[in-house]
Design a protein around this ligand. Structure first.
Ligand code: SAM
Length: 225
């Protein structure tokens, strides 16, 4: 069975012929997707030989070698042609790395491909890339696992993309309107944290650097509120 985080990612994978999971590590997600019939076949991409070996072992153990292709390579390089995968998952990495993988692999993403992205950090970076490149965020979810709160973003192309405001880039356009209790909790915590940082900063003097930090924190606090 999948962890709550990966289960939430899988929930956003539409029924497809071919799913690609980039940075697959253990290949748990593509195995499950194929087992429940969400994907007819899958590609598990991995850049490091260690995890790639783990993926291969797992796929073999589950008897899925004829349906899951484990490929060694950087990001979307593992895809052979544009649109080979009609859903692409990139999960469990920093937002900067996810945006970088998308940018470098743009030409491999088909017009009808659905992206399911789960950054571990810097979610706004991912949303910004999507919006700048003509994608529409179609759904989002927030999920708790251990002591961490994760966000999952689903995006597609086709409909006219809507420009997002800074608060929407930060908190997510769909998450902002869903107002999940976990979402409220996350941003209430952040609000509290920012307030106490601001108090501390105001007590540390007036260097240009401090003033800049105060301004940035105030802006974020305002967006949250
Ligand atoms: N996707 C899985 C999940 O969400 O549970 C595994 C996440 S694991 C923390 C991140 C994986 O991404 C690692 O196995 C790492 O080797 C791989 N990775 C990092 N950069 C990559 C890249 N440029 N291309 C492919 N895989 C990459």
């Amino acid at each position: 069975h999948l962890s709550p985080r990966l289960d939430c990612v899988l929930h956003f994978v539409p029924k497809v012929e071919c799913l690609a999971d980039i940075g697959s590590d253990h290949a748990h997600l593509p195995c499950r997707a194929v087992q429940i019939g969400r994907a007819d076949s899958a590609i598990a991409g991995e850049v490091r030989p260690g995890p790639l070996y783990q993926s291969t072992l797992n796929v073999t153990k589950q008897g899925l070698r004829d349906r899951i292709d484990v490929r060694l390579g950087d990001g979307l390089d593992v895809l052979r042609e544009q649109g080979e995968a009609s859903a692409i998952v990139i999960a469990g990495m920093g937002g900067e790395l996810i945006a970088d993988i998308l940018e470098r692999g743009k030409n491999k993403i088909g017009k009808k491909t659905v992206l399911i992205l789960q950054p571990n950090s810097r979610e706004p970076r991912v949303r910004r890339w999507l919006v700048y490149n003509g994608w529409t965020i179609s759904d989002e979810a927030i999920v708790n696992e251990g002591h961490h709160v994760y966000e999952v973003i689903q995006a597609s192309q086709g409909s006219k993309p809507r420009l997002l405001s800074e608060p929407e880039l930060m908190m997510g356009p769909v998450l902002s309107s869903k107002q999940d209790p976990l979402f409220i909790k996350k941003w209430k915590n952040r609000e509290r944290r920012l307030s106490s940082i601001l108090t501390a900063l105001r007590n540390t003097g007036q260097s240009e650097e401090v003033l800049k930090k105060i301004e940035a924190n105030q802006k974020e606090l305002q967006w949250i509120r």
